[in-house]
Design a protein around this ligand. Structure first.
Ligand SMILES: Cc1cc2nc3c(=O)[nH]c(=O)nc-3n(C[C@H](O)[C@H](O)[C@H](O)COP(=O)(O)O)c2cc1C
Length: 418
């Protein structure tokens, strides 16, 4: 099921130079399954043709309040009633002022006043306009009304100036939209997620690593933020940008990951161990780059501490044990190996990746997982984007217990993670 399946989103496009960027945003919302209708201010329609948004959304684009074609539906009321969320992007200083003062002199502002939907506002303007006391006061009012105002980015503008006022990247806004539409089931909970590979140095330039990209762990962290949790993401080296809203802790080795996770064990209500932690590390790390030799090279390895095993061992000592969720990457005897790990490591859940297929597991965008819980319940998920898999994992956990009281975790084997 797409993340925004059956959600109706009204997108208000106003007269900013950044309006063209929202064409892509609308496409992304559509890809996520949303039904999108665009309302443009008169100035907005000077920047992007309504025709473009009509083609992208497959829906009529609304403009003026007094279009005789729509008279019988009273569009400012019918649009207000029929949408789950109003996303105003880009939001001009003018539209922000209108909303802050409760004006209803165009269709978009009238819809906002008449609706009960959540409102997300993405200001975009010249930095002096943005920093002006009037705009800042207006934005403070919008926040007071309960609208979610997304801070603009700092950077260079179309007008040549530099400062705050740029429309943020879609990923950040999308997370906020998903969050605004979620029912906040993890509000007040602290979720600790580990992700990515670890690197075990051999010398100053070489290391033992693995193919984990961190995508699954980052997707779980992003979804937990959207569900209202305080999220701590402890990540090994990854090219991914940490999801907006997480407390990010960067580590390199398994031993660093061990220390950072243990230091936060007491505050976590749920621990999701999605990292692919190296089982071994070189006994010795050469200070200088190791030279080529005819005789070849033998490397002695020693075992790393098993973080997940340790968490399973100590979690029941806490008055309210955290829910411990582990992952296991398996290519054979998938269920049997997963079941054994669940028990051996005292997990509440184990999410088993079938890494035998090219389209699932390490370093790809999709995953096919089976979730086992400590009561023996098994849920097989189909091949899904990792983001959707993350949502389904959270749904599974939230649907089957009150948090915290169970267990979810990832196997510590070096080949567990994606
Ligand atoms: C080329 C150009 C770019 C503009 N870009 C912005 C902008 O990024 N942000 C903004 O607040 N106003 C911008 N304006 C000014 C608005 O279009 C103007 O204030 C308009 O009245 C906004 O009306 P609306 O809020 O109803 O769309 C721009 C104007 C022009 C001519």
């Amino acid at each position: 099921m797409p993340l925004l399946d059956k959600k109706k989103i009204l997108c208000g496009v106003t007269g900013s130079i950044a309006a063209y960027k929202v064409c892509d945003w609308v496409r992304s919302l559509k890809r996520d399954g949303a039904d999108v209708t665009v309302v443009m201010t008169e100035a907005g329609s000077r920047f992007v043709s309504p025709l473009t948004f009509a083609a992208l959304t497959g829906n009529k684009v609304y403009g003026g309040m007094f279009d005789p074609e729509d008279a019988e539906t009273i569009p400012h009321i019918s649009l207000a009633r029929s949408h789950d969320l109003i996303l105003i992007a880009p939001a001009t200083a003018q539209t922000i002022a209108r909303l802050a003062h409760g004006l209803a002199d165009d269709l978009l502002s009238a819809v906002v006043l008449a609706g009960e939907a959540k409102v997300v506002v993405c200001p975009a303007m010249n930095s002096k306009m943005y920093l002006h006391a009037a705009t800042q006061e207006n934005l403070a009012k919008l926040r007071k009304y309960g609208y979610l105002v997304i801070d603009p980015e700092h950077g260079s503008m179309a007008c040549g100036e530099e400062g705050p006022g740029r429309l943020p990247e879609w990923d950040q806004v999308r997370n906020s939209v998903l969050g605004a539409l979620s029912s906040g089931e993890l509000a007040g909970k602290t979720v600790l997620v580990t992700a990515g590979p670890t690197e075990e140095p051999l010398d100053p330039v070489r290391f033992i690593g693995n193919r984990s990209s961190g995508k699954m762990g980052y997707a779980l962290a992003a979804r937990a933020v959207q569900l209202g949790a305080n999220v701590i993401l402890v990540s090994g080296p990854s090219v991914l940008t940490p999801p907006h809203g997480v407390a990010y802790v960067k580590v390199r080795t398994a031993s660093e990951m061990y220390s950072e996770v243990m230091a936060r064990f007491d505050v976590a209500d749920i621990i999701v161990k999605a990292a692919a932690v190296s089982d071994f590390r070189p006994v010795e790390v050469a200070r200088q780059k190791v030279k080529k030799t005819e005789a070849g090279l033998t490397i002695s390895l020693m075992q790393n501490r098993d973080i997940l095993h340790k968490l399973g061992e100590i979690k029941d000592d806490r008055p309210k044990p955290p829910l411990l969720i582990g992952f296991a990457a398996e290519s054979e005897n998938i269920l049997e190996n997963g079941r054994q790990k669940l028990q051996k490591k005292n997990l509440d859940y184990i999410v088993i990746n079938d890494i035998s297929a090219d389209d699932s597991g390490f370093a790809v965008d999709s995953n096919r997982v089976t979730i086992l819980d400590r009561h023996g319940r098994q849920t097989d998920l189909p091949l899904l984007l990792k983001e959707e898999t993350a949502l389904r994992i959270w749904q599974e956990v939230l649907g089957s217990e009150s948090v915290p009281s169970g267990k979810i975790g990832q196997d510590e084997g070096a080949d567990n993670e994606q």
